[in-house]
Design a protein around this ligand. Structure first.
Ligand SMILES: [Zn+2]
Length: 99
């Protein structure tokens, strides 16, 4: 039986979260491996047209797709009602609003 789209997205999200957890664990040992997990997670998400939830969007750089770990390869600044993430790999910023 064919699974419906909602079901597929749910399953993809579980996988994506698992990959990001793993990326976080591996980061101290091998940051490159973390980047691979981000890549995999993006591929999974793309297949089912899944949009990453907010907390996951902040875990990687939207420009170079590097896994971001605040204090390690990324700097976090809070300015007024915004948070900006500075990626030390590609030297670009990402900005998020706080609600
Ligand atoms: Zn970057």
């Amino acid at each position: 039986m064919k699974k419906n789209k909602i079901q597929l997205k749910k399953e993809a999200l579980v996988k994506v979260r698992g990959l990001f957890n793993e990326a976080d664990k591996q980061f101290s040992k091998d940051p490159k491996l973390s980047n691979k997990y981000v890549k995999l997670a993006r591929q999974i998400a793309m297949k089912v047209n899944l949009r990453f939830p907010r907390e996951i969007k902040r875990k990687f750089c939207k420009h170079c797709y590097f896994y971001l770990k605040p204090g390690k390869n990324c700097r976090v600044r809070v300015y007024k009602s915004r948070v900006s993430y500075y990626c030390e790999n590609c030297k670009k910023f990402m900005r998020f609003g706080i609600k």
